[in-house]
Design a protein around this ligand. Sequence first.
Ligand SMILES: [Zn+2]
Length: 98
Amino acid sequence: MKPTWPSCHNKIKSTEIKNTNKKGIFFEVECPYCQTWIRLNKTQEIIKAAGISLFLITSLLNIFSIQSEYSLVFSTVGFVGIFIAMIITFFGKHEATK
Ligand SMILES: [Zn+2]
């Protein structure tokens, strides 16, 4: 992930990020150059969390074989969920928190 900082427009490698902050489902990172904090757009963060939850829930349902006749459906839904979460992680719009 190489976000371009909205405040200083530097391209930041994930290895250069030293300070991160987790607020519930929201994940903030600090720019090593200008010390501003950015996070994913709130809507995207919620969709991402929903996608990951969907993946976890459907995976658990398949593991415990609850309603196993639907296991293919669960796998498909779970895959779509994690796919959406990945898309947002890599292409999501970041914004400054202040
Ligand atoms: Zn910056």
